[in-house]
Design a protein around this ligand. Structure first.
Ligand code: SAM
Length: 284
């Protein structure tokens, strides 16, 4: 019987299997049962659900997902964890473990092969060193994902969910709000893990929109505008966007567009809301 709900028992289990925590892979394993419950509750799972788990580790979350969901695919990069993981979930026929780097997996193909046309929920205690590329891959690649429930570093969660005018607000906040409705579930202290990370964490739920809440004529231009605006965030938007080659515009045009929207020509990108960015990109 596995017991992953105390630091001592996880360490004993790892020792017994000759395993070491691999820092380079961001291995901090969750031991706090109440946090585990909040993660699976937030995912609102039922037996029809298809779940992708990223970084199952020793399988503490995988077990709970297997109990509640219809089918679970768990992608783990560390080959040393595959045999222990398989042993953790041996009583569940609805779990498949894949030994891969999630950033290299073609998720569209994987979903089609394993889940057919069904929508997918992503539930994961993410490796913190690659949080942003994972979240952007999940959101930008137009995959059939309905919900994402993830544990990430709190500081990063603050950036993903920041609103205009806040110091944490950046290109990624605009993107996350364009693709999904973010909801904070719970803040998690370091002692909920073994080994303990140096930082606080947060469980975050992103309910993915089937249609973005603002319409833009040209999505590529919209994202270029956001990149240009925040690439040089200390500059005014006129200077930052007017000198950003992928936008193929100039300062005068940006000034005119801002004026047409009733915004100051001295405004910085960090003061623009998602809707402002959408309207500005349509005008440029
Ligand atoms: N789910 C487990 C838990 O809650 O205790 C482990 C979470 S731990 C924070 C992150 C996990 O992601 C580790 O098992 C690590 O090996 C795995 N991982 C790291 N990089 C990965 C990658 N590129 N692709 C897939 N898994 C990865």
């Amino acid at each position: 019987m596995n017991n992953f709900h105390s630091a001592k028992s996880v360490r004993e289990e790892m020792n017994a299997k000759g395993l070491k925590f691999n820092k380079a892979f961001g291995q901090n394993f969750l031991t706090d049962e109440s946090v585990l419950e909040k993660i699976v509750d937030a995912a609102e799972l039922n037996k029809d659900d298809c779940v992708l788990e990223i970084g199952p580790g020793m399988g503490v979350l995988t077990l709970e997902l297997a109990k509640r969901a219809g089918k679970v695919i768990s992608v783990e990069i560390d080959k040393n964890l595959i045999a222990p993981l398989k042993s953790t979930v041996k009583d569940f026929s609805n779990v498949e473990i894949i030994n891969e780097d999630i950033l290299k997996v073609n998720l569209a193909e994987l979903f089609k092969e394993k889940f057919g046309e069904k929508p997918v929920k992503v539930v994961a205690n993410l490796p913190y060193y690659i949080t942003t590329p994972i979240v952007m891959k999940l959101l930008e690649d137009k995959l059939p994902i309905s919900d994402i429930v993830i544990m990430i570093q709190k500081e990063v969660a603050d950036r993903l969910t920041a609103s205009a005018g806040k110091k944490e607000y950046g290109a990624i906040s605009v993107s996350v709000n364009y693709f999904s409705k973010p909801e904070k579930i719970v803040d998690v202290p370091p002692h909920a893990f073994v080994p303990q990370p140096k930082v606080w964490s947060q469980v975050l739920k992103l309910s993915v929109y089937s249609e973005p809440p603002v319409k833009v004529k040209d999505e590529k231009k919209f994202f270029n505008l956001i990149k240009g605006a925040f690439g040089q965030r200390r500059k005014t938007l006129v200077n930052a966007a007017g000198n950003y080659p992928p936008l193929n515009t100039d300062k005068e045009k940006v000034k005119e567009a801002l004026c047409a929207l009733g915004l100051s020509e001295n405004i910085r990108g960090e003061a623009l809301s998602l809707t402002d960015f959408a309207r500005l990109s349509d005008l440029l």
